[in-house]
Design a protein around this ligand. Structure first.
Ligand SMILES: Nc1nc2c(c(=O)[nH]1)N[C@H]1C(S)=C(S)[C@@H](COP(=O)(O)OP(=O)(O)OC[C@H]3O[C@@H](n4cnc5c(N)ncnc54)[C@H](O)[C@@H]3O)O[C@H]1N2
Ligand code: MOO
Length: 428
């Protein structure tokens, strides 16, 4: 990251002068690069990690043509001549391929996943067949009408030998781990875990478990952010709670920046007399952006101290979570070798109205999905706006995004909805 494109340091900015959401994203997208080294880990420890080296499958998956069902393998071209009456000449189970080709005009008893016999191209499901015995020999009656190749899975139909399986930069979800395992690979080269420090600030804060003085507030943001970082594969350092004291804040940030890739702070982001984060950042580092034309999350700041990136999240829990999801998550993803993924927006009819919205800023409401009387999916806005209401986050399925130039929302009109899973969270 080099020199800021645009620095804003006027705390009395009007929304029109603040950095817009798209501008903020463009700055972040532009400037952030992967910083993590790489390491080789066993597949058991690779969940949520980012692949540092692409994987090419050196084999076909499945490895052989095999049966998709329990039944009888035969050659479709033999059906007319046999009238569907086949002697059973072999038995083939998964893991025990036939050692000889199928005798012409005969069928093989076969089980799901077992390798197709040479000379057989089609499998009849056992439920559709009738067994028969003649002269002490087993026969199977296979109904007409099965297409050649029915119930047969082709070698390489999932992945062909020599084809790229996964690209570097892929975050490994359960299904990617399964795909890697299916190629027989037991270790993967992934980007090292980012070292991320969490800092809470505010004299009023205490950790759960400690007694709370009058006017005190439990540090819920620490637990919010810690859990939001799940899935990014970061190594978390808990710096604890810093008091509202400029010297202490500055010293702790300088010390922490020396051996971390990123610091996430909460609280003290705006410019009250007791808010020292921005001041500390200006004194010992560089501020790249501050004050966004969004709600909630207006005082979010972003900067760096040496090589360590800093994210100053607002103290209000809703603002902290929204800013994390919109800005911190994609940046940490890129720093850790992954992609800067834009969440997909879905147009959903609003089950609410907003008679008057302030123009010039983008607003994010907490939204939950519901079904209206005609069975359509609609989105409801949490009725209260407070940025301190953790309840609103719990009751939400995602964020409703209202663009800068919109000044009202009429019930029934389509609004952009960002489901939480698009932002890396689990569904309720
Ligand atoms: N005069 C102005 N006042 C405020 C402005 C403004 O522009 N001018 N902006 C408001 C907005 S928007 C927000 S958001 C908050 C941001 O405040 P800070 O980031 O400076 O945070 P604090 O003042 O320290 O705390 C705000 C609020 O959040 C609670 N908090 C803080 N940390 C935690 C934590 N770790 N866990 C739970 N709750 C926490 C804190 O007790 C306060 O209630 O400022 C507005 N004010
Ligand atoms: O970011 Mo603040 O939450 O708009 O209240």
């Amino acid at each position: 990251m080099t020199g800021a494109k645009r620095l804003l340091d006027d705390c009395f900015l009007h929304d029109g002068d603040r950095l817009r959401h798209d501008e903020a994203l463009a700055i972040l997208r532009d400037r952030v690069r992967p910083v993590a080294g790489t390491e080789t880990v066993p597949l058991e420890e690779a969940s949520d990690r980012v692949l540092a080296k692409g994987i090419i499958s050196d084999r076909n998956i499945p490895g052989t043509d095999n049966s998709a069902v329990d039944g009888y393998a035969f050659c479709a071209a033999d059906h007319a001549a046999t009238g569907g009456f086949f002697p059973i000449s072999a038995r083939i189970a998964a893991g025990h391929p036939a050692t000889a080709p199928l005798l012409p005009g005969s069928a093989a008893r076969i089980f799901t996943g077992a390798t197709m016999p040479e000379g057989g191209d089609t499998v009849a499901m056992q439920e559709d067949c009738e067994t028969h015995e003649q002269d002490g020999r087993p026969f199977i009656i296979i109904p007409a009408g099965l297409k050649a190749g029915a119930n047969r899975r082709r070698a390489g139909e999932d992945v062909a030998a020599g084809s790229p399986l996964l690209e570097a930069g892929t975050r490994l979800r359960p299904q990617e781990l399964a795909a890697i395992a299916s190629t027989g690979t037991s270790t993967v080269e992934v980007f090292s875990r980012l070292r991320v420090a969490l800092v809470s600030t505010g004299d009023e804060l205490r950790r759960p478990g400690a007694p709370l003085p009058k006017g005190g507030v439990y540090d819920s943001n620490h637990y919010l952010l810690r859990a939001l970082l799940d899935g990014l594969g970061a190594r978390i350092t808990d710096v604890g709670i810093l008091p509202d004291d400029p010297e202490t804040v500055r010293a702790a940030l300088a010390r922490t920046a020396a051996d971390h890739d990123a610091i996430l702070t909460t609280g003290g982001a705006s410019r009250g007399d007791e808010d020292h984060l921005v001041e500390a950042l200006d004194a010992i580092g560089k501020r790249h952006m501050w004050q966004l034309a969004i709600k909630p999350g207006r005082p979010m700041n972003f900067g760096q101290i040496g090589d360590c990136l800093t994210f100053g999240l607002p103290g209000n829990p809703v603002a902290a979570m929204v800013c994390f999801l919109l800005y911190v998550r994609p940046v940490l993803s890129v720093m850790g070798g992954g992609s800067f993924a834009e969440p997909r927006r879905f147009q959903v009819p609003a089950d609410f109205s907003v008679p008057q919205k302030k123009p010039g800023r983008r607003e994010f409401y907490r939204g939950s999905l519901a079904t209206d009387t005609q069975g359509r999916t609609v989105v409801r806005k949490f009725e209260r706006d407070g940025s301190g209401l953790i309840t609103s986050l719990r009751e939400a399925d995602g964020l409703i995004e209202i663009p800068e130039d919109t000044v009202s929302v009429v019930a029934g009109e389509a609004v952009a909805f960002l489901p939480f899973p698009e932002l890396g969270l689990r569904a309720r």
